[in-house]
Design a protein around this ligand. Structure first.
Ligand code: SAM
Ligand code: DTB
Ligand code: SF4
Length: 362
């Protein structure tokens, strides 16, 4: 029987003595994943800025005066070039983000479907984050080969209203449900450092952990406080809070990929190492997230080398440790990052369509 994760239960884990919490999370991590493999994803902002929403953290909301360059939707060939670049730098997944409130059934969506097909044909996991999505739109994306959809809860239901007024928590949950119905792997997590309490953090994790199925991927972002946004004056969260959040997510969602997401430029190598030890199993690589800076890929690969970590091959989430290959060595060069792909067969055994079929048959 599945555990019901009440906020209180999750908060008790979050508040454990840190050494105990990290130990328990590391143990859970090893029981469910190869602790030496980290999935490397690249973010690509396919449509930047001018968003009608009022998310208090977001530099892309049209109503805030931030220093970003607004861009129209990228062309398919631009996306293909960026995807190939990301792949040559060791990324197994490309996440395409658009500053949209929701997907509209128009030519831009048709263009995104083409992008999905193109990236999929490059043997990369393709993920999109395009705002709210209907069931029909989810199905079209799944048919085009979309592997995952990112749609964050961002914080607890209670704190959500303090940060965003133009949509509600239920809207977020509905889109996640639509992705699930289409058999798309769900990526959903949130941000810490927006003035929320530990109880809010536990509340968000309990909502995610109680989902059936649990999200396959859980990004934990540390707020990047961008000048011009309502949250511009928020202080950086202490690394210990990030470690607690990662470790708690790992314990309550043992099979998920826990993604150490925004905010890594402010984290020390040692702090990130504690996050990897506590169950973080993915990062966004490349010197830019969507609009804000991210560590240089060569710096990341240097840290991987020090810690004995290696980038994970695509399409193998949910594997048990014994099915994993041994870690290859990573070494950085001046241009592209060189790493040897484990010599095991990359099986794409669970594409979006067959998962959708399975779900419908259940
Ligand atoms: N518009 C779509 C949406 O809101 O779902 C997709 C893009 S949106 C930029 C994706 C996610 O990025 C947000 O849900 C939020 O969690 C994260 N994000 C945005 N701005 C951030 C910031 N300043 N710091 C940390 N995370 C941020
Ligand atoms: C997620 O949880 N974090 C990523 C990805 N999903 C789309 C986005 C982080 C954005 C940080 C702010 C920016 O660069 O604009
Ligand atoms: Fe728009 Fe997404 Fe930014 Fe909110 S987080 S303002 S919906 S781009």
């Amino acid at each position: 029987m599945n555990t019901t994760w009440t906020t209180e239960k999750v908060l008790a884990i979050y508040n454990k003595p840190l050494i105990e919490l990290m130990y328990e999370a590391a143990k859970t991590h090893r029981e469910n994943h190869n602790p030496l493999e980290v999935q490397v994803s690249t973010l690509l902002s396919i449509k930047t800025g001018g968003c009608p929403e009022d998310c208090g953290y977001c530099p892309q909301a049209a109503r805030y005066h931030t220093d970003i360059d607004n861009n129209d939707l990228m062309s398919v060939s631009q996306v293909k070039a960026q995807a190939l670049r990301a792949k040559s730098n060791g990324s197994s997944r490309l996440c395409m983000g658009a500053a949209w409130r929701n997907i509209k059934d128009n030519a831009d969506f048709d263009q995104v479907l083409e992008m999905v097909k193109t990236v999929n044909s490059l043997e990369m996991e393709v993920c999109c984050t395009l705002g709210m999505m209907s069931e029909g739109q989810a199905q079209k994306l799944a048919d085009a080969g979309l592997y995952a959809y990112n749609h964050n809860l961002d914080t607890s239901e209670e704190h959500y209203k303090e940060v965003i007024s133009t949509r509600g928590y239920d809207d977020r949950l509905k889109t996640i449900e639509n992705a699930n119905k289409a058999g798309i792997s769900v990526c959903s997590g949130g941000i810490i450092g927006m003035g929320e309490s530990p109880k809010d953090r536990a509340g968000m994790l309990s909502t995610l952990a109680n989902m059936n199925p649990q999200p396959k991927s859980v990004p934990i972002n540390s707020l990047v406080a961008v000048e011009g946004t309502p949250l511009e004056d928020q202080k950086n969260v202490p690394i210990w809070d990030m470690v607690r959040m990662v470790a708690t997510a790992r314990i309550v969602m043992p099979k998920a990929v826990v993604r150490l997401s925004a905010g890594r430029t402010e984290m020390s190598d040692e702090g990130q190492a504690l996050c990897f030890l506590s169950g973080a199993s993915s990062i966004f690589a490349g010197d830019k997230l969507l609009t804000t800076p991210n560590p240089d890929i060569n710096k990341d690969m240097e840290l991987f080398g020090i810690l004995g970590l290696s980038p994970k091959a695509p399409f193998v989430d949910g594997d048990q440790p014994e099915t994993k290959a041994t870690a290859p060595s990573c070494m950085s060069t001046e241009g592209n990052v060189k790493w040897s792909r484990p010599a095991h067969k990359i099986e794409r055994n669970e594409n979006a369509k067959s998962r959708a079929k399975q779900l419908r048959n259940n």
